[in-house]
Write a new protein. Structure first.
Length: 474
């Protein structure tokens, strides 16, 4: 199914940031309504006060009023526009938020000394889930309709432009409607590039913008640009047409950096400066690592007897597995995991990355890897020590880094930050075992290093919980 091409100007030209703001406002409103419903539902079980100011003042703790903020944090995954536009992903994200919320509540319920309001919490989770689902369904019905889609021209039908269109074709619903290409190469006029027609050159740009009701231009020319095209772009911008670059659109749509299409000096011109985090971020991230490391260590100690017994019966000793990895700025360190492969898995001495359905993995190890429980020792041995963070690029062996840096652009740039137990690449892409798949994961890793924030770290941690619950690890 495809959107039919029409020449109506979009009713409301919304960029991804505009849509996120709209989603947040809607989520906040329905969550506050859910809070009121939960309070009313809770109050009906109070034989004395019922729903009154006295009930709110005497029965309701401060943390209960903060439940809407907690719920919005759990929904952070659904502010990715690819997921926000998908009914299936929306339903999955809301179910995950409800599941995590109830799991945390039950954990606190069993260790807390004072009784907790089960009726109120259950009412909030149920109401928040239903109202959020209703609002998000309304959003999808309205704002993914053709009338609200931006109409886009891509300036440049070369490698960058065709790559972008190829990726857009894989997104449903599409983020915008691509009307066509603009290119100054006369031999391309009228040709189809990735099923999109080249409909004119720079001299035709302004006329095409008026005729096709264009709302946005995406600049995808990597070489020199003639003066006619340049002047037309400036005039288009003066008319209020949004002009974006290929790189920024690629990153926004896919959450990764197009390393194969970047100039060799890109990492010096932009990446190094943008990758520097401030002192507050570093301090906050370290505090979160310590807290997460302590929680993870407690989890490791809890399951240690069971993992030890299962591993001993399945394949014997040793229980732990150590391996040298490269950390921040290329500093070597030892990584610790529960052993998941047979003993002497690399008896020939050659480093080989694990592959999907790796025959070297033991029966117990297969479960540990899919549930990510094999990673738990790293909380104590690596995160608390400071060699690793909770979130960052995957740590790699020195031999593999030496190998991949020959074929993958900017591969050593992953060493600008601490490696992580989980990361943007891990939650967005499956297993990588060769150069093409590792190239895609590198694009995700560079996107994380360039855009990393505490909010992005929280998103990654929440999506990691989803992966663990679904046993989607490798």
């Amino acid at each position: 199914m495809a959107y039919s091409q029409n020449h109506q100007k979009p009713l409301w030209r919304m960029r991804a940031t505009d849509k996120r703001v709209l989603l947040f406002i809607g989520d906040l409103l329905v969550t506050l309504i859910a809070l009121l419903i939960a309070l009313y539902f809770w109050a009906q079980g109070d034989a004395w006060l019922k729903f009154s100011w006295k009930f709110l003042n005497e029965r309701v703790p401060t943390w209960f009023i903060l439940l809407p903020a907690f719920w919005l944090i759990l929904l952070i995954e659904l502010y990715d526009m690819r997921r926000a536009n998908s009914r299936r992903e929306t339903l999955r994200g809301i179910a995950l938020a409800a599941g995590i919320g109830m799991a945390i509540y039950l954990l606190i319920f069993f260790i807390a000394k004072d009784p907790l309001p089960r009726r109120g919490v259950a009412g909030f989770v149920l109401a928040a889930s239903l109202f959020t689902l209703g609002w998000r369904s309304l959003y999808i019905n309205i704002f993914t309709a053709p009338q609200f889609m931006r109409r886009v021209l891509i300036v440049g039908a070369g490698r960058a432009g065709s790559t972008l269109v190829e990726q857009i074709h894989q997104i449903w619903p599409p983020p915008f409607f691509v009307v066509g290409f603009i290119d100054d190469d006369p031999s391309k006029i009228g040709e189809d590039v990735e099923k999109v027609k080249v409909i004119g050159g720079g001299s035709d740009l302004l006329e095409i913008i008026d005729r096709e009701c264009i709302s946005d231009l995406i600049f995808a020319i990597s070489g020199e640009m003639n003066s006619t095209m340049f002047n037309a772009l400036l005039e288009a911008r003066e008319r209020g047409i949004e002009v974006s670059t290929f790189g920024s659109v690629y990153e926004e749509l896919l959450g990764r950096v197009p390393i194969a299409l970047l100039q060799s000096d890109w990492i010096l011109r932009s990446f190094v400066d943008q990758a520097h985090a401030n002192a507050f971020f570093d301090l906050a991230k370290r505090l979160i690592d310590i807290l997460g490391g302590l929680i993870g260590t407690a989890g490791m100690l809890l399951i240690l007897p069971f993992v030890a017994l299962a591993t001993l019966i399945d394949s014997g000793f040793p229980l732990f597995y150590t391996q040298e990895r490269l950390g921040m700025y290329g500093k070597p360190f030892k990584i610790y995991k529960f052993r998941t492969m047979v003993q002497n898995a690399e008896k020939d001495g050659h480093a080989r990355p694990a592959v999907e359905n790796d025959e070297r993995v033991t029966n117990v190890g297969r479960f540990l890897r899919r549930s990510h429980l094999d990673e738990l020792p790293q909380f104590f041995f690596n995160v608390l020590k400071g060699d690793m963070s909770l979130v960052g690029p995957r740590s790699e062996r020195p031999e593999l880094i030496e190998k991949f840096q020959l074929d993958i652009p900017f591969y050593r740039a992953r060493l600008f930050v601490k490696p992580g137990l989980t990361g943007w690449a891990q939650v967005n892409f499956g297993y990588a075992w060769d150069v093409p798949t590792n190239t895609i994961k590198q694009e995700y890793d560079l996107y994380y290093i360039k855009h990393r924030t505490l909010l992005l770290d929280i998103l990654i941690l929440i999506r990691t919980v989803s992966t663990v619950i679904g046993l989607k690890g490798q």
